[in-house]
Design a protein around this ligand. Structure first.
Ligand SMILES: [Zn+2]
Length: 325
């Protein structure tokens, strides 16, 4: 079932000049800017994962995790649905058999980095080494050449864009999420959060691991997944991996970056992510996870608050409520 042993790496490689231009441009706008929901969705539609309006891309971050990923695989297999798993290289190294199992089940494998750290804290060389190491272990372990990369916390630094270009990886963030990593999240809260921004063409982010978030978050995500799949079906939307999402040419990022540059008055670094405690070099996933718990997805949280505000404004502009709310 390794049907997507992929030629996508070559496809992405064609976009390297575009990515390089984008890297230079986005770096001027501030390294944390792509973590912002409203800005990302207005000006970086490709990065935000807007694709085929009849399709929803399902993506899962932070695994593979022996404690939780199997539940996602079982449910997706029962529904005969494939997804994209953005894996951490450190997690793949800790559970290579499981990573291979995800790929063998027909899912697309993508890169989330080696360690779960803010790339803004790392220099360009360190960022490249982290991404390259993750890509290599994923390719060796799963037999897939990854096409997409999603940096931790969605913070896409200029160094990360350059590294992605050199490695033939296409950056992909998300349109819609469940915030299962927030303290106290439940399946119900995940459903309510997903419902806000779910729509045709969305890229949905959930986590199949608690490695970088409070215990129980993957369970909350898994509990919400049946609703998500049912809701997509009810709306006539086909759920599947990023590979089938119709994301178009990677070079389109250049136009998005140009749009961002033209809107630099939106604030640059104003809403950048708060800096987490200083990382320690050479840490494995366990140590890293403990540090990250001190600031679980802090940048994503602030981005989501802004996204909620943005959503309310959109609803106001359209003059009607969101279906089902
Ligand atoms: Zn993550």
């Amino acid at each position: 079932m390794g049907g997507n042993k992929t030629t996508g790496g070559r496809r992405c490689g064609l976009a390297i000049p575009g990515l390089a231009v984008a890297a230079l441009t986005i770096a001027q706008g501030g390294p944390g800017i792509t973590a912002l929901g409203p800005v990302r969705r207005r000006l970086f539609r490709g990065l935000a994962g807007y694709g085929d309006p009849g399709h929803v891309a399902l993506t899962f971050d932070d695994g593979p995790d022996a404690r939780s990923t199997a539940g996602f695989l079982d449910l997706l297999a029962r529904r005969d649905i494939r997804a994209t798993f953005f894996m951490l290289g450190s997690m793949v190294a800790a559970a290579p058999g499981l990573a291979a199992e995800v790929a063998a089940a027909g899912h697309e494998i993508a890169v989330h980095g080696w360690d779960h750290r803010y790339l803004t804290l790392r220099g360009p060389q360190d960022t490249f080494r982290d991404m390259a190491r993750a890509r290599e272990v994923i390719a060796e372990t799963t037999g897939q050449v990854p096409v997409y990369v999603r940096p931790p916390y969605g913070v896409l630094s200029g160094g990360a864009l350059l590294a992605a270009g050199r490695l033939g990886l296409r950056p992909l963030l998300w349109t819609c999420w469940g915030r299962e990593w927030a303290p106290g999240a439940t399946s119900g809260s995940v459903v309510r959060t997903l419902r806000r921004d779910l729509g045709g063409g969305a890229t949905v982010l959930l986590h199949d691991s608690d490695a970088t978030s409070p215990s129980g978050s993957a369970r909350a995500a898994l509990g919400a997944l049946p609703w998500l799949l049912d809701e997509c079906a009810r709306r006539g939307l086909k759920a599947g991996p990023a590979a089938g999402h119709g994301l178009g040419r990677a070079g389109a990022i250049r136009a998005e970056a140009g749009a961002w540059q033209g809107n630099a008055g939106l604030g640059g670094n104003r809403d950048s992510d708060p800096a987490p405690p200083g990382p320690r070099e050479g840490a494995g996933p366990t140590g890293q996870a403990k540090r990250d718990r001190a600031v679980p997805h802090a940048g994503e949280d602030s981005a989501d608050d802004a996204a909620a505000q943005d959503h309310r404004q959109n609803e106001h502009d359209r003059g009607h409520g969101h279906p089902g709310q």
